[in-house]
Design a protein around this ligand. Structure first.
Ligand code: KG4
Ligand code: ZN
Length: 336
């Protein structure tokens, strides 16, 4: 029996999970509401909240899994990328716990973990087979990744400026919605007409993305509209959200389809917080109907930051005897 405790603290979610032989027994996530007041994550407040949350969250994860800490085989933690102050809390905790229990320590790349979340609780027939493409879309990243094996990943396209999640969150802020605004845009978009307004679909070379121009176009569009009608946002919120979401989703899909053609790969996975977006999920399923692509969507609870994805990555590293030492340190930047 292989029991892996996963610890995630790269941004503003403190999470701990237990994976037993690839199956998720618990996945506890403490969100930090404090950042809503500031319209974005405040790094200093995030690390303080992680310090408060980490012990109760780990305790809850072990209890829910009905596993005693002495039954753990190893501890996997997010080493990076992320906010340094936040990463340090999870890293220090994992090092201490591993030393105290005398069990191996496994370092995990957060972006790799978002992708490997597809292998949680899965049997061979319901997982993508190698090679496959993964559209990784989160608050900090937008990438098309070619996955050749569990730990052989190559970024073949990425954003040159803002991430897709940032494009959602920044537009939400312009609309006066609280942080993180992505899920709220998604919610209002469901009631709206996506053809009501038109936003530019900015194209950059190769398989890359750019979202900062879209955000600026959105800002000026709203400013102009408010000049003509002070209640423009309230009157048109659903249509604005639907149209803006459509622009992001269409942009994401254009390059993804180009990547499929270029590489001759038709298995598509999606990962990261924005993979919870219903517009994106529908567009991908559409792709499945029309393009004969096989699409893999992670369950909602494994889309946004969570420790189950860290623990499953730890599980595959455990199988390969890929351990780290007490000298390991957190790293804010870490490419795939
Ligand atoms: O992966 P994640 O939890 O954290 C990072 O590693 O960045 O992603 C968070 C991002 C935020 O920008 C959030 O607004 C976005 O994912 N997000 C969504 C939805 N749910 C989360 N964006 C659009 N629609 C959603 N339903
Ligand atoms: Zn993430």
């Amino acid at each position: 029996m292989i029991n892996i405790l996963g610890i995630e603290s790269s941004c503003d979610e403190t999470s701990a999970a237990v994976i037993q032989n690839g199956k998720c027994l618990s996945n506890i996530i403490a969100e930090q509401k404090i950042h809503e007041l500031y319209g974005g994550v405040v790094p200093e407040l995030a690390s303080r909240a992680h310090q408060q949350n980490i012990v109760p969250v780990v305790d809850a994860a072990l209890k829910k899994a009905n596993i005693d800490k002495t039954e753990l085989s190893a501890i996997a933690f997010t080493k990076g990328p992320g906010l340094m102050g936040s990463l340090l809390v999870g890293t220090s905790f994992a090092k201490g716990f591993s030393l105290g229990l005398n069990i191996p320590l496994i370092e995990v790349n957060h972006m790799q973990a978002h992708i490997l979340a597809h292998f949680i609780d899965k049997h061979n027939d319901s997982v993508p087979t190698f090679p496959f493409l993964c559209l990784t879309v989160s608050g900090g990243h937008t990438q098309i990744v070619l996955i050749k094996d569990y730990f052989k990943m190559e970024v073949i396209g990425e954003t040159t400026d803002d991430a897709a999640g940032e494009a959602f969150d920044k537009a939400a802020k312009i609309l006066g919605l609280p942080y993180p605004g992505g899920p709220l845009i998604d919610k209002y978009a469901k009631e709206g007409n996506a053809a009501a307004f038109s936003f530019p679909k900015i194209s950059v070379p190769e398989l890359n993305y750019s979202f900062s121009g879209l955000k600026t176009a959105f800002l000026y569009f709203i400013k102009d509209a408010i000049k003509k009608d002070a209640n423009f946002i309230e009157k048109n919120l659903a249509d604005i959200c639907a149209s803006y979401q459509k622009a992001i989703v269409t942009t994401l899909l254009i390059k993804l389809e180009k990547a499929m053609e270029q590489r001759g790969i038709n298995q598509i996975a999606v990962a990261g917080g924005v993979s919870a977006n219903s517009g994106l999920r529908n567009a991908l399923l559409q792709l499945e109907n029309t393009k004969k692509a096989k699409v893999f969507l992670p369950p909602f609870e494994y889309c946004t930051d969570n420790a189950a994805m860290i623990a499953i990555t730890g599980y595959y590293k455990f199988l390969q005897n890929d351990f780290t030492t007490q000298r390991v340190t957190a790293t804010a930047r870490w490419n795939l």
